[in-house]
Design a protein around this ligand. Structure first.
Ligand code: UDP
Length: 327
């Protein structure tokens, strides 16, 4: 079967991508250093342990598996941490990605699907962001991802490396079949932190900032279900394998929800009240990030089916209650 190298295949989005790839008839080969990934999330194909900055290890993996494409998820992804230790983000995300890109080109693997972020857009006046919106990141996480996008463009010009870049908005939910889900240590993302608070695994959710210029004073984000997101990746991969050119796609729903609205939805879905307190802003957070894109639907035929807040929270809550989350 046709192999795809999935970096970060043991992580939250990467493991869901491996499941989707397998269902689509590909063999996902996970490449992961297991710093933030989980061994029991690698269930859908072979596993190769290694670090992205280890060129010799990457060369060996490309030689062993001869993948037709790379799906590159492995990255550090915490906005707050990226503001405190930016060097860690530049080293890990940019140096690691550059080493991977060079290894892929050297191996003749010229199809590359890259996991980028709406954090590359930064704080902007326009309400919705499309792929042509100017990129002005305000945190080191976003800056590091924007740099990798530029590296991909350079390697397309020099070597013909074709790529699809997906700029994610806020990914949420879990595999509805309960095989895999979100599991970060430490957990910093809104929905799992909220579910932790409901479950008594932490005293309360802290709402980061209530003085933003939004109707209820809290930040607005566009939440997309992880299963819809990885479906788009399979479509992006097929686009490359069909010989089409490089392209950038936003992956969001076009609708934003405030932190308070997410809390309200969660109360309704779980039938439990989220304990929360109001706190100061988190450095690096934008006021509003909402995808205005219909490009993925029009050009990839992407049709998100689970990206409503009640479904995302219900799927996350079901996963949360499996006990995997407590490890
Ligand atoms: N947020 C919050 N409390 C938390 C975690 C997140 O108020 O404990 C807010 C955060 O300020 C942002 C939104 O929830 O407005 C989504 O944050 P998350 O970390 O989930 O994703 P990000 O937008 O940083 O990628």
């Amino acid at each position: 079967m046709t192999k795809v190298l999935v970096t970060g295949g043991a992580g939250y989005i990467g493991s869901h991508a491996c499941k989707a790839l397998k269902a689509a008839g590909f063999t996902p080969v996970t490449f992961d250093n297991f710093v933030t990934g989980w061994r029991d999330a690698v269930k859908f194909g072979p596993c190769e342990e290694g670090d992205l900055t280890d060129r010799a290890r990457l060369d060996a993996v490309f030689a062993t598996h001869a993948p037709v494409a790379v799906m590159h998820f492995a990255a550090l992804s915490q906005v707050g941490e990226s503001m405190q230790v930016p060097g860690k983000y530049w080293h890990n995300n940019v140096t690691g990605s550059l080493t991977l890109i060079e290894a892929a080109v050297a191996a003749g693997c010229m199809n590359f699907v890259f996991s980028s972020t709406c954090a590359t857009y930064g704080e902007q006046d326009n309400v919705v962001l499309d792929e042509d919106s100017v990129q002005m990141p305000i945190n080191s996480y976003g800056s590091s991802k924007r740099a990798i996008e530029e590296i991909l463009r350079d390697f397309e010009a020099s070597d013909g490396l074709r790529h699809v870049i997906f700029r994610y908005f806020n990914v949420a939910g879990a595999d509805p079949e309960g095989e895999i889900g979100e599991h970060h240590r430490p957990e910093t993302h809104l929905i799992p932190v909220m579910l932790d608070a409901i479950d008594g695994k932490r005293p309360a959710l802290t709402v980061f900032g209530t003085d933003y210029d939004t109707p209820d004073g809290t930040c607005i984000r566009d939440y997309v279900h992880v299963c819809d997101l990885v479906d788009a990746h399979v479509l992006g991969l097929r686009r490359l394998l069909d010989g089409k050119g490089s392209r950038v796609f936003n992956l969001g729903t076009g609708t934003g929800f405030s932190v308070r609205e997410v809390i309200e939805q969660s109360n309704a879905v779980t039938n439990r009240a989220v304990p929360y307190e109001e706190g100061p802003r988190r450095p690096g957070d934008c006021t509003r990030l909402v995808s205005g894109s219909t490009r993925a639907e029009a050009e990839l035929g992407w049709t998100p089916t689970r990206s409503t807040l009640p479904v995302m929270i219900a799927d996350a809550w079901r996963w949360h209650q499996t006990g995997h989350y407590d490890k």
